[in-house]
Design a protein around this ligand. Structure first.
Ligand code: FES
Length: 141
């Protein structure tokens, strides 16, 4: 099985995320965030599809890094917090839910995509993969 190097562990910020895009089996592109996971066991990073479980059109990383505080990803819309290691949320609007996991592995300080259900598309968000010359002209805020 081929694996794709995503980043060095050291490139994943303690208080943010690294954004990349994968292609699902059905061909759709999905954004994924890499975050630090410091539970003392397993890998030092985890990867989650970039949407909240309360409103699935709400991105956690809106292009400038997810808010990560004390080992939890904070949803920017209503503030629910998800454990960076387990993806579990026990609070707020998204309580009793889990983020959607993507398998990654750490090897010798580098993070690799190992999830057989997806393939690496490109770094950054879905829109960042547009290689049209005018790709920056349709940014919306
Ligand atoms: S959209 Fe994330 S908590 Fe409501």
């Amino acid at each position: 099985m081929t694996r794709t190097r995503l980043a060095a562990v050291d490139d994943v910020p303690e208080d943010g995320s690294v954004l990349f895009t994968v292609r699902e089996r059905d061909g759709t592109e999905e954004e994924v965030i890499l975050v630090r996971c410091a539970d003392g066991e397993g890998d030092a990073v985890a990867a989650w599809r970039n949407f909240c479980q309360h409103e699935t059109d709400q991105r956690l990383d809106r292009g400038f890094g997810a808010a990560v505080r004390d080992g939890e990803v904070v949803c920017p819309k209503h503030g629910s917090m998800f454990d960076t290691c387990t993806g579990y949320c026990d609070n707020g609007k998204a309580a009793e839910s889990y983020l959607s996991a993507v398998d990654v592995a750490v090897d010798d300080g580098d993070v690799y995509l190992t999830d057989a259900a997806v393939t690496f598309a490109h770094e950054g968000g879905v829109d960042d993969g547009d290689d049209e010359p005018s790709s920056t002209s349709h940014l919306t805020f």
